[in-house]
Design a protein around this ligand. Sequence first.
Ligand code: NZQ
Ligand code: ZN
Length: 411
Amino acid sequence: MRRKIQNKKKTNIRKAEIEMTNFDYYAPTKVVFGKGTEDQAGDLVREQGATKVLVHYGSGSVKRSGLLERIYQSLEQAGIPFVSLGGVVPNPRLSLVYQGIELCKKEHVDFILAVGGGSVIDSGKAIGYGVANEGDVWDFYERKRVAAGCLPIGVVLTIAAAGSEMSNSSVITNEDGWLKRGYGNDCCRARFAVMDPELTMTLPKYQTASGCVDIMMHTMERYFNQEENLDLTDGFSEHLIRTVMENARILMKEPDNYKARAEVMWAGSLSHNGLTGCGTAGGDWASHQLEHELGGMFDVAHGAGLAAVWGSWARYVLEGNPGRFAQFAVRVMGQEKGKDDTETALRGICAMEEFYHQVEMPTSLSELGINPTEEQIHSLAEKCSHFGKRTVGCIKKLDQEDMYQIYKMAM
Ligand code: NZQ
Ligand code: ZN
């Protein structure tokens, strides 16, 4: 009898082990958060042992706000020589990455300080790969090779959105064919991220809202999965999404609200540093893949592009896991249960689209301001499926035809 019970226990333990998905969690970035923290940039770079720095920045906001000048002063005070390269645009271009690699090699740069948003950080990471590895850096984004290293990166963040300040990812657009591709590797994770929520107060309303959508989506992509999920990860994810929604609404009316800026900025980092993915086996990520092609072809803001396709994706794949969508509807979107999971799920999707409208984000391609031709929709699906060579997503595995259908639905 005793033996039987022991056996039963063993079986249960084994079953539990099979149901729980193993995971790695690696978040090596030192976060320095709060008002005025950008003045520590020089000391933080020195702490990393840098001898020559590339200060990388975007198309002008950091000059207008005076931030760039303060960063230069901070580096000078810390006695760190530097060169600079500006001009990164949203959906950052490969051609500037090549210029950055040349500059770093010529100037013997051994540390990159990205001052800006996801585009600047991603461009900096790509330059870092290019300096630390021989050959064409685009190979990594094409999955032809794996990077063996990356120059160390530090970040002074100016927009809460992409989460690149703590993520292992970099997304670059190759002007030759307008292909937008992401590459993930732990070696590019930032050594430190300086996050002063006040720096985000100069953002245009559209960029603030687009950033909030992206932050929510980084957790939603992980939340929609086919695993036995950890209650802790679910609860954390649900609260993160609700927090961003609540504060996004506040920021639409009060862009200078420090607390709301801080909530959103911290959520942005935690949403994409892997924390909300623990036990999810990765998540779905189809909406991101669909959006990346829109960014590559039409140069739209990333978060706005996500809002424009998400509802169509959700309706298309819903039957792949109605229970999960229903849980999302009730716990995140505060919906009453319907007659079955599908009805509840649809209520949640509608409620999310209402939220997008509340923060002036699009829920279709036409609201996003683009009107792709039939030929362009085929081309989007072709590129997203890597010319028929891959599927994306896990709620439902999407092939090229599915992608085409979702783009059509999103019109
Ligand atoms: O270039 P400037 O003049 O600085 O203007 C930028 C840009 O026009 C402006 N901006 C940034 N901070 C500002 C400001 N304007 C006024 N005041 C400030 N404080 O905002 C615009 C958008 O900047 P960008 O860096 O493009 O924004 P975001 O952080 O949303 O980055 C988007 C890029 O990141 C990629 C996206 O695909 C897109 O290319 N992603 C990167 C990820 C990653 N590496 O982990 C994950 C994401 O899913 C995403 O794909
Ligand atoms: Zn994103």
